[in-house]
Design a protein around this ligand. Structure first.
Ligand code: F6R
Length: 617
């Protein structure tokens, strides 16, 4: 255990490393317990976190390296009520994502039953506990963690000794699940879950978290006091529990965020910059005003000692930060620029200011919209456009006989649709077209022609559902073909560590694979953060100032994405603001932080991470 961590915590650089590590651990436990007792009992979780691990277990099974014939499984939970065949049932999730692809015996699979009549739930929960006991107890329990700190669905208030039972879901949890259910109102209010006590009875526990949206709750679970308010903290008292994290989920742990508070660190320029910016935040002072006393009182005497005087280290960090500021004169000119936008609005949301400046600097710009973003269009919008087509037919001289078959088919399918149903292909296509028109209109607001936009419609996204396929060779081939055509000097890429549905992360993966396959030198890569967060001043390599007018122009472009305005279907949880409001706030805030640090006072700023080669992003 390190520093303030109260539970063994393993951190690996990225999601793929984590998948390999946890799959290894599961395989080891299966092998060793089978050898000892002839059977192995796994406790399993659902949600987005274990999906990659299940894919890896299937791969190992297909390769002949993993046998599930003597494995018994118990799932943590199930929504209640929940029909088994619903796309949202955990039963269906488990069969689709693991069980159907391995040789587990159906009679060895146990999942709480969301169809149990209410009066029978208590007895069903007791039988579930009895079945775990009869199987010999759980050898290895896999857990995710929710934003509330829940494990299973043990929401705040769950007691340490709680057992399998019916629980009410927390509002935060329901909001988190809203996207999967196409709206918070469709998320069940209850669930059946193993209790904290049931989980703690497992011999070994692996809690897994990935992505920066988990960083805050991971820190609370790992470094905070044990409390009924955060069920995951109970794991601190279990001798066989380990937390497995990717770098994004580990980012708020003290050993990562402020390691100098724990132990001597190597004061390279990046670490010094982070520490000095942190110190400025702690003291509320501009960098050039930090005194020896400030360093001494905040555990930074070693840094000061290395530089001799506050003036020297303050000046060094100040200059580093100042050099990151890149107005138009220090931005690319007359180059070939390829902007990758995962959804049709990420370009203007995240780098609308930059787009305007790149255009003014005479660059040749292509914007590649990687996915159609069609699942984020409301049905009402489709109805409105169908009405438009109907009314516009006559002035445009289009015969109704040509239009009506498709128009009525689309309309009828929407009339029949229940919340969460997948759209028919025609409606999916119409939603795609709606977003394409909006993207072109946004480009035109910068004076960029319609031919600037390319719609890649990558296959991994084309499921019609929130859940996507893994990146495949066809996705990579499409990106490669575009790179061949454009031969960019510079690419812009969404560098999200985690967006709510992982689409940005997957798009980044497709781009990096395509770039890695190319023989020619990689273009310079500029990473913008997605719609949900901004790079901090220390993470960023380039800070691009925006005037009041430039920020307004950017917001105007965001407005062109009408289907995402007022209320977007996927705004991400915990933020009621529209995308343009978040953009305005984050660009003003970056400039305000630069100002507080004593750098120049700009109106607004965008932030970028810049890499000369693609592989190191
Ligand atoms: C799922 C479960 C939950 C999830 C948690 C994290 O069976 O019990 O505790 O593990 O909500 O969900 P994801 O992985 O989707 O972030």
């Amino acid at each position: 255990m390190t520093g303030l961590e109260r539970i063994p915590t393993v951190m690996v650089p990225d999601h793929d490393d984590l998948i390999a590590l946890v799959a290894d651990r599961i395989a080891t436990v299966i092998d060793s317990t089978l050898a000892e007792s002839g059977r192995c009992v796994l406790g399993l979780a659902t949600g987005s976190t274990p999906l990659g691990i299940y894919r890896e277990l299937i791969r190992r099974h297909v390769a002949g390296a993993l046998d599930f014939s003597k494995v018994i499984t118990f799932n943590l939970d199930e929504y209640y009520p929940m029909p088994a065949e619903s796309p949202h049932s955990y039963r269906r999730y488990m069969w689709e994502n693991l069980f159907a692809h391995v040789n587990v015996k159906p009679e060895n699979v146990h999942i709480p039953d969301g169809t149990t009549p209410r009066e029978g739930v208590r007895a069903a929960c007791q039988s579930y506990e009895a079945a775990i006991h009869a199987a010999g107890g759980i050898d290895l329990q896999i857990l995710g963690i929710g934003k509330t700190g829940h494990i299973g669905f043990n929401e705040p208030g769950s007691a340490r000794g709680s057992r399998t039972r019916l629980v009410t879901l927390d509002t935060v949890t329901r909001r988190d699940a809203a996207a999967d259910f196409f709206g918070e109102d469709n998320v069940p209010r209850e669930a059946i879950t193993m209790g904290v006590g049931t989980i703690l009875a497992a011999r070994e526990i692996a809690l897994i978290a990935t992505g920066e949206h988990k960083a805050a709750i991971v820190r609370r679970a790992v470094e905070g006091d044990v409390s009924q308010d955060v069920a995951a903290t109970f794991l601190q008292d279990h001798s066989g529990a380990t937390v497995y994290l990717d770098a994004a989920a580990a980012a708020d742990l003290t050993r990562i965020a402020t390691p100098w508070l724990l132990e001597p660190v190597e004061w390279n320029p990046e670490m010094s910059e982070r520490a000095v910016v942190w110190l400025a935040g702690q003291t509320g002072k501009a960098i050039l005003k930090l005194s020896a006393k400030d360093y001494a009182e905040n555990h930074l005497s070693p840094l000061l000692a290395q530089h001799g005087s506050p003036g020297a280290i303050n000046g060094e960090v100040f200059n580093r930060l100042r050099d990151k500021i890149r107005g138009r004169a220090r931005l690319p000119k007359d180059r070939r620029v390829l902007v990758f936008s995962p959804h049709p609005d990420d370009d203007v949301i995240s780098m609308g200011g930059m787009l305007g400046k790149l255009k003014e600097n005479g660059n040749t710009i292509v914007v590649a919209y990687m996915t159609s973003g069609n699942i984020a269009v409301f049905d009402d919008d489709v109805r409105r456009y169908l009405d438009f087509v109907d009314r516009a037919a006559e002035p445009l001289g289009i015969a109704h006989t040509t239009l009506d078959a498709g128009r009525l088919e689309a309309q009828r399918s929407l009339d029949r649709k229940r919340p969460g149903d997948v759209d028919i292909p025609l409606v999916q296509e119409l939603k795609k077209v709606i977003r394409e028109c909006e993207a072109i209109s946004a480009l035109e607001s910068f004076g960029l022609g319609a031919d600037t936009g390319r719609f890649l419609n990558l296959p991994f996204y084309r499921t019609g559902q929130v859940r996507k396929l893994p990146i495949g060779p066809e996705d990579v081939r499409i990106v490669s073909a575009l790179l061949d055509e454009v031969r960019p000097d510079i690419v812009f890429v969404a560098g999200d560590l985690s967006d709510p549905h992982g689409t940005h992360r997957m798009c980044k993966q497709a781009i990096e694979r395509a770039l890695a396959d190319r023989p020619d030198p990689a273009p310079e890569a500029w990473y913008y953060r997605g719609a949900w967060q901004e790079w901090s001043i220390t993470e960023a390599d380039a800070l691009v100032p925006l005037s009041y007018e430039e920020l307004r122009r950017k917001i105007t472009a965001i407005f062109r994405h009408e289907s995402q305005k007022d209320t977007a279907p996927f705004p991400g949880p915990h933020d009621e603001r529209e995308f343009w409001q978040r953009v305005e706030a984050r660009n003003l805030e970056t400039a305000a932080i630069a100002d507080q640090l004593g750098l120049a006072e700009y109106y607004a700023m965008e932030a970028y991470v810049v890499r000369r080669t693609s592989g190191d992003g």
